[in-house]
Write a new protein. Sequence first.
Length: 342
Amino acid sequence: MSGSAIKPRIEKVSLSDRLADKAPLLLVPALALAGLLAIGNPSTWLTLTVAGVAMGLMVFIMASGLTVVFGLMDVINFGHGAFVSVGAFVGFSILIWLGGWASAPSVFLNLAAVLVAILVAMTVTGLMGYAFERVIVMPVYGQHLKQILVTMGGLIVAQQLIYVFWGPDAIHVARPQSLQGSILLGNAAIEKYRLVAVGIGLVLFLVMRHILRSTRIGLLVRAGVENSEMVEALGYRVKRLFLLVFMAGSALAGLGGVMWGLYQETITAHMGSDIMVLVFIVVIIGGLGSVEGCFIGALLVGLLSNYTAFLEPKVALVSTIGLMVVILMWRPQGLYPVVKAK
């Protein structure tokens, strides 16, 4: 092979290409500004914006694991909602067990109760993800139609098991005492729990971004997303990496389930399958396999849902689908698609 054949090709990135790459970053502030102009009242707008960001970040928590699993493993997991539901019910059980902490007039004890509930729920759903991947997903790698069928079957089985252990009725979830009520920012009433949800969501995004960009395991995950065969040829056990990523995605769904249950203050066996509509919309908008795109897509969905619910409640039912259509007409592969090597 001649020397010229192996020289790396340096491609110049035009200014227009760089601007196009940065364009999705402007969507969230643009939508927030449009919401302010449409709503008119700054206090109402602030309340809705914080609520939308909180909702979006909770959806991001559930969607982030799914988008990485799809990007790395090429698995369409319709059973992801099962981990959300199980996480919510496990978290509820722990909060009941720690009822003294949750009802105490102490911020520290209240947050400790929520933290323990989150950790136990993530542990249970992570182990559930291990069994799910070994028994249900592993036999159908590379077969998308079968993946849809068997993971949907896994979701139905999980819902029936929830009926067995916790019953078929909806359960009310009481937030810990210090997370109840609102605080005033000027004339805007902001729920305390929404601020906690925003904090947890932002921290998770920054941690995931750091792991994927600045650590060895993140390098392997990103390399596996782009070209898993190359990573395996270099001597790394990609299948073990697949399993760990699937367990991590399942654990994140459990975390999202606890937070979503406290957000709605009601949990049901089918809550996971209900929220999966929004989760898949966020994953598709962001670009399959992209955490950054998933983050932006979740914020757009959360803000648009809250703005339209206030302005035109009937439109809110289809606003997120309309958003997905518009985004895909502009960028057919999503905001920041992961390009796999062929």
